[in-house]
Design a protein around this ligand. Structure first.
Ligand code: ADP
Length: 160
């Protein structure tokens, strides 16, 4: 059976930390669906269209990575996409506590779906989309923290 994982997030914006988790998980799964959450309650810095465009650009040429927008429960989206796994990254013990709660709740809702955790690569353990946004807001350079293919465009405007 095809092993499909969903990697959900808001990717506001995608960072090298996200990219690293996805690339390292690729050998484990037949397909990874990067699930871009479209949550009306959550005010994002970059528009949904921009976040989608950047994800598509970063994984352009990777036939086993698909970018799909979604709203609603992640487990419902997994069922819709025929995915048996949710992929998440862990940087800190705070991430672990947060992810454990969500993982256990998802398991309670739909036991067939397994959450799989990858530890952050050490060089990205302090990296988050929110830190990238803070640097941008203050006119700093985020080239080292975001995928190369988006770093030119990300500096052009404060928010897109
Ligand atoms: P959310 O909107 O759910 O907070 P994010 O877009 O911030 O989602 O992140 C999606 C996933 O990527 C989460 O599992 C998060 O822990 C993981 N992640 C984010 N940054 C990093 C990083 N630097 N290293 C490893 N995993 C990361």
């Amino acid at each position: 059976m095809k092993k499909t994982a969903v990697f959900p997030g808001s990717f506001d914006p995608i960072t090298r930390g996200h990219e690293s988790i996805i690339r390292r998980a690729l050998p484990v799964f037949d397909e990874i669906i990067v699930a871009l959450g479209d949550n009306a309650e959550k005010k994002c810095y970059f528009s949904l269209e921009t976040r989608m465009k950047w994800l598509e650009r970063v994984f352009d040429g990777d036939p086993t990575v698909r970018i799909v927008k979604y709203s609603g429960l992640t487990v419902d989206f997994c069922v819709k996409m025929n995915a048996g796994y949710i992929l998440r990254g862990l940087r800190t013990s705070a991430d672990f506590e947060f992810e454990r709660t969500i993982g256990l709740m998802n398991k309670a809702i739909l036991p067939a779906i397994e959450t799989v955790f990858f530890l952050s690569a050490p060089e990205y353990a302090a990296l988050s989309s929110s830190v990238v946004r803070d640097i941008l807001r203050n006119g700093g350079d985020v080239s080292k923290f975001v995928p190369e293919s988006i770093s030119g465009e990300i500096h052009k405007k404060k928010s897109l």
